[in-house]
Design a protein around this ligand. Structure first.
Ligand SMILES: [Zn+2]
Ligand SMILES: [Zn+2]
Length: 714
């Protein structure tokens, strides 16, 4: 008897290859089985989607090729996983194969059946070794919860809707995640939990806390990580452990949302407002939104299979001190259950806001004198400070004041940033790097000068301004910098975090990287020094981002209430601005996120912006800007007469803010609809048109196009 499995293989999003390819097999293959199949002259990894006993109509045996091999020893990917992948592909307008194969560890593609069997065996041996019966009684390590934490945990475990855990910085959200995870894992022997964080490498403390708590309870292999910083071998091992159920907890970044977790009972999305949950390439999915969908699919399957009246569920918790307006709105509407934890653990106060009006400061000052004085006082008392400037390098531009030359990137419509430490001009968009020229390349003037400021310059200036300040031990004040440049070398981030924790460093200067999640115990002052750049960006989400960043940065101050009291100190958040009257600062002063969210949501509603309206971008990359825009406009014209065309608005094509990157011209076209359903129906109808438009004469020079559904920036 012959079978005709339809198999999903990695195909580029718009390759025109159908969703699945039909093969032949002597065996019946369960849907979700991993196989190797011939494709052209190659043999590729594929996932069996269905396995009918009859050939699809019009397809003869001669027209199909046989499945080359089956990856033995691996259980099939289950129906819930396949449903998640199908949904993600359809919603984000990508091919099924692209999403499905991207969700598998890359190394799985290259392994032969024999190599895989060896890998699985190795893992089983490790399991047998690691699974020595846990010595400790469950829950032994868990600290007592505050009343607020306890109430949140209880409500979370009774919830049937997605939970928005709205907790102030320092309110102890992590402990709630830990105990919810423990309860979920103890509910059933094969239960699993997925815990997602924006950037795992930035917060090694979190991973350590999870390991410390759960390895004694569930064995050494109970927790695996999944993120893009791992080697291919580590990723494969982590994925296999999750897929076979050996790992009970997966701690990962956005990619982990698509991991195979057959026993999934809890999903945590920490810092759910963080933009890094939205992928910016390939299938541009939102891991937060997929997490909510995934929990629903898992819960429905559990309910369908249940024999009791109170079936198990898969819960999803979105946590933040400054939730995304999308999630906040969902909670206002009652679609999400909002649980609040306003108090900080240890009773510490949130930092007091000090707004510095830069109109009244000495001209050209990077740091206002009162801010420098406040920092000096704190350093002298043995407290630490943190200064945030969201621009790395020494200066964003190098310029000649004689002829007007500027350090433009030859490949991008952007300036190259001046890095003083290694005397380079670096393009932060394409990476093009050159030595700083001795003289102006245009006119030979020797006096070329930096314009504007970055973190390197801030570090240099602060070291100068604080040169005479003494620490309590008599030593000079020490300033350190932490950004993508200073942490490029492996291990350097850990070293820098350690010097901050140990108190060797008095002032930490850096980009938003320093605002994220760190639990520095002795910081009492945090300063944001170019807040305005966020307020006047054209992006409508800019105020939301700035508010979240400042709240989060401020949250690094005064985390140890006992320390602050002992010091007789008070924690403060300083903000330098040219527009101190902006309403955002009022809400920030009162730590009043609900008021800020209400005001922003009212603005969005009157403008029909998300979450009240729904958007997608059609983006085009081409060799000329003209071709990029011509393609987009042709695609818009060709949409006339399509079903659901009248439910949406198509805007004219426009260049991106940075229109050329690495010699590719970029343009986009905005699609708007009043409802998510209308937008989806139109995009589905439009997809074949977008493919067809590639071959129009005016689109000659088009490199690629992509649809971005629910874009974060327009
Ligand atoms: Zn010049
Ligand atoms: Zn460049």
């Amino acid at each position: 008897m012959a079978f005709w499995p339809s198999v999903v293989v990695a195909t580029p999003a718009h390759s025109g290859v159908g969703a699945t390819l039909t093969y032949r097999s002597e065996l019946s293959l369960a849907p979700g089985t991993l196989v190797r199949v011939p494709l052209g002259a190659r043999e590729v990894l594929g996932v069996v989607w269905e396995c009918p006993t009859e050939a699809p109509e019009g397809l003869s045996e001669a027209q199909t090729r046989a499945v080359a091999s089956v990856l033995e020893g691996l259980p099939p990917l289950n129906a819930r996983w396949r449903q998640l992948v199908r949904f993600a592909a359809q919603y984000y307008q990508r091919s099924l194969g692209e999403v499905a194969l991207a969700a598998l560890p890359p190394q799985l593609r290259d392994l032969s059946t024999v190599q895989l069997a060896r890998r699985l065996k190795k893992q089983q041996v490790a399991r047998a070794g690691g699974a020595s019966a846990p010595a400790d009684a469950p829950g032994q390590h868990a600290p007592a919860l505050s009343e607020e934490q306890h109430a949140a945990l209880t409500a979370l475990e009774a919830a049937t809707a997605p939970v928005l855990l709205y907790g102030a910085t320092g309110s102890g959200k992590t402990e709630v995640y830990l105990q919810a995870t423990e309860h979920a894992l103890q509910s059933q022997a094969d239960a699993q939990a997925l815990v997602m964080v924006p950037e795992i490498n930035l917060t090694p403390q979190l991973e350590a806390r999870f390991r410390e708590r759960f390895e004694p309870l569930f064995g050494a292999g109970a927790l695996v990580c999944l993120h893009s910083g791992m080697t291919p071998a580590q990723r494969l091992a982590g994925w296999l452990a999750a897929h076979t159920g050996q790992a009970r907890i997966v701690l990962g970044t956005r990619m982990a949302v698509l991991a195979s977790l057959p026993g999934l009972r809890l999903i945590v999305v920490d810092e759910e407002h963080d933009p890094s949950y939205k992928s910016q390439e390939g299938a541009r999915y939102s891991a937060r939104d997929l997490a909510v969908y995934r929990a629903k699919v898992e819960s429905e399957a559990l309910a369908a299979a249940a024999t009791t009246t109170a079936p198990a569920r898969c819960r999803v918790v979105l946590g933040s001190a400054t939730p995304s307006l999308e999630s906040w709105h969902a909670a206002e509407q009652g679609r999400y259950l909002r649980l609040s934890m306003p108090a900080r653990i240890g009773g510490g106060a949130l930092p007091r806001l000090r707004v510095v009006d830069m109109n009244h400061q000495p001209k050209g000052a990077l740091l206002a004198p009162p801010l420098v004085a406040a920092m000096a006082e704190r350093i002298a008392r043995g407290e630490q400070c943190m200064v945030l400037l969201n621009r790395r390098g020494y200066a964003p531009v190098l310029a000649c004041h004689d002829c007007g030359w500027k350090s433009a990137c030859p490949h991008c419509s952007a300036y190259r940033v001046f890095h003083k430490l290694d005397r380079t001009l670096r393009c932060h968009h394409c990476g093009f790097t050159e030595r700083v020229p001795r003289a102006c390349p245009e006119c030979g003037n020797l006096d070329i000068a930096p314009v504007g400021r970055g973190t390197e310059q801030l570090e240099e200036q602060l070291a100068g301004l604080l040169a005479d300040v003494q620490r309590p031990d008599g030593g000079p004040a020490r300033v350190a910098r932490m950004d993508a440049d200073s942490t490029r070398l492996k291990g350097s981030l850990e070293v820098q975090l350690a010097t901050m924790h140990s108190g060797e460093v008095d002032v930490l200067v850096g980009t938003q990287m320093i605002a994220k999640g760190h639990d520095f115990r002795r910081i009492t002052l945090v300063a944001g020094i170019n807040a305005d750049s966020g307020l006047f960006a054209s992006d409508y989400r800019a105020p939301e981002r700035l508010f979240a960043l400042l709240m989060q940065a401020g949250g690094r101050a005064g985390r140890d209430a006992a320390f602050v009291t002992r010091q007789g100190s008070e924690s403060e958040l300083w903000v330098q601005t040219w527009t101190p009257q902006h309403p955002l600062f009022d809400a920030l002063r009162r730590h009043d996120f609900p008021a800020f969210a209400a005001q922003q949501l009212a603005e969005r509603e009157s403008a029909g912006m998300p979450p009240f309206g729904h958007q997608a971008l059609l983006r085009a990359d081409a060799r000329t800007q003209q071709a990029a825009q011509a393609y987009l406009n042709a695609a818009a014209q060709a949409a006339d007469g399509l079903p659901h065309r009248n439910d949406i608005t198509l805007y004219p094509a426009v260049p991106l803010t940075i229109q050329r990157v690495a010699n590719v011209e970029r343009a986009q076209l905005l699609v708007e609809a009043a409802s998510r359903g209308a937008l989806q129906r139109f995009l589905n109808a439009w997809q074949p048109v977008l493919l067809a438009c590639r071959s129009l004469p005016e689109a000659r020079g088009l490199v690629r196009f992509a649809v971005d559904v629910d874009p974060l920036a327009i």
